[in-house]
Design a protein around this ligand. Structure first.
Ligand SMILES: [Zn+2]
Ligand SMILES: [Zn+2]
Length: 325
C-alpha cells in the first residue's frame, strides 16, 4: 500500500509498504480522510519528537476492513495511547502520560491507504456521515479539552485568538455554550467564516479587540500558537477572567508575562494539552452535525500530494487541508 512516511528531519516521501495486519485487540481501517495538522509540519522540521521512519497522520477516520469490529463500520481514531500504568495515568491524567504512544507520530498513522489502531481508540461514526467529517474529531477533541478547562458559562464573553481550525472550532463551542464570541485574526476569509459559525464580533488586531471590549473577555482562548498573542492575552482578559492556551509555540520560545497584573486581577493562565477523555464527545458532536465543519475544509488532496503539502508552510487562508487516499 502507499503511505507518506517521515524518514528523518526534513525528509518525507510517498513510499510503498506492505499492508498492516491488526493485532488481536486492534482494528484495521481503510482510510477515508486524514487532516494535515500544524504538528505534522513541526514533525517534518524535526521540531517535535517522533520515531522515524513513521507514517504521519493523527487526525483520521476510515472504514473497518479487519479486526475487532464489524467490517464496514466507520470509525474515527483517538491517536493517543496512554500506558495506563505511569504515575500520571494512575491519577487519571492520561494526556500527561510519560509513555504516550501517538498514532501518526510514534507508530504508523493515517496518511496511507490502511492503518491499524487499538479497538479502544476507535470511536464509531454513523454510516451516512460525510466521510471527510471524521477527520475533524481529533482537533475537536483537543478543543473540547480547552473549553472544559476554560469552563465557559452562558452569558460570558469569549475572545478567540487565531482563525485556524482550533480557533474556528472554539468559536462554535463557545457560541453553543451561550457565550458572546469574538474572533481575532488578520485573515479576512477566516473572520468571514467565524461570523457564519457563531462569532458575533471579529477583529483584525488585538488593539481592535480591546477597543471593541475595553473591559476584556471572561475567557480568552489562545489558538494561534504565536508568542505575541500569548503575551497580549492578559490585556484582553477581564479582571477575574481566565486564559486558556491551546496554541503550540516552538520549544524554547519565551514570552514576557507580568505576574503582578495576573495576581492583582486574579487572572488564571491555563494550558490545554491533547484530548483526555474528550474524543467520545467530539465524535458525538461531529455525528450529530452540531459542529459545522464544511466551511473549514480548505482543500482535499490525494495521497501523492500530501508529502509536498506537509513540507511547505500552510497558506495564510488555509483552515484545514484533508488528505483523501
Ligand atoms: Zn493535530
Ligand atoms: Zn501513562
Amino acid at each position: 500500500m502507499r503511505a507518506v512516511q517521515l524518514l528523518g528531519p526534513r525528509s518525507i516521501a510517498l513510499v510503498d509498504l506492505p499492508p498492516p495486519a491488526p493485532a488481536p485487540d486492534e482494528v484495521m481501517v481503510r482510510i477515508e480522510a486524514a487532516g494535515i495538522c500544524g504538528t505534522d509540519r513541526h514533525l517534518f522540521l524535526g521540531e517535535f519528537p517522533s520515531t522515524p521512519p513513521v507514517t504521519l497522520g493523527h487526525e483520521f477516520s476510515g472504514i473497518v476492513v479487519a479486526g475487532d469490529l464489524a467490517p464496514g463500520t466507520r470509525v474515527t481514531c483517538d491517536p493517543n495511547i496512554a500506558c495506563g500504568t505511569c504515575d500520571q495515568c494512575r491519577r487519571g491524567r492520561v494526556n500527561l502520560c510519560a509513555h504516550n504512544i501517538a498514532i501518526g507520530i510514534h507508530r504508523n498513522g493515517g496518511f496511507a491507504q490502511f492503518a491499524t489502531l487499538p479497538r479502544h481508540r476507535a470511536h464509531i461514526l454513523p454510516a451516512d456521515l460525510n466521510p471527510l467529517h471524521g477527520a475533524f474529531c481529533e482537533p475537536l477533541a483537543c478543543t473540547l479539552h480547552g473549553l472544559d478547562l476554560g469552563a465557559v458559562r452562558p452569558g460570558e464573553r469569549v475572545t478567540v485568538l487565531g482563525g485556524g481550525v482550533i480557533g474556528q472550532l472554539a468559536v462554535q463551542l463557545a457560541a453553543l455554550a451561550g457565550a458572546e464570541v469574538m474572533l481575532v485574526t488578520r485573515q479576512p476569509s477566516k473572520r468571514a467564516v467565524a461570523r457564519t459559525l457563531g462569532a458575533t464580533l471579529t477583529a483584525t488586531t488585538m488593539a481592535e479587540a480591546l477597543t471593541l471590549w475595553p473591559q476584556g473577555a471572561d475567557l480568552v482562548l489562545e489558538c494561534a500558537g504565536v508568542a505575541d498573542t500569548v503575551q497580549t492575552a492578559p490585556l484582553l482578559t477581564r479582571t477575574g477572567g481566565r486564559i486558556v492556551i491551546l496554541g503550540v509555540l516552538p520549544k524554547g520560545q519565551t514570552v514576557q508575562i507580568e505576574p503582578f497584573d495576573l495576581l492583582f486581577r486574579e487572572i488564571s493562565l491555563i494550558h490545554s494539552f491533547l484530548n483526555p477523555f474528550t474524543h467520545a464527545r467530539a465524535t458525538a458532536m461531529i455525528a450529530t452535525g452540531h459542529i459545522v465543519v464544511d466551511p473549514l475544509i480548505s482543500r482535499v488532496i490525494p495521497l501523492d500530494q500530501a508529502a509536498q503539502a506537509i513540507a511547505t508552510p500552510a497558506r495564510p487562508d488555509d483552515i484545514k487541508v484533508i488528505v483523501q487516499p
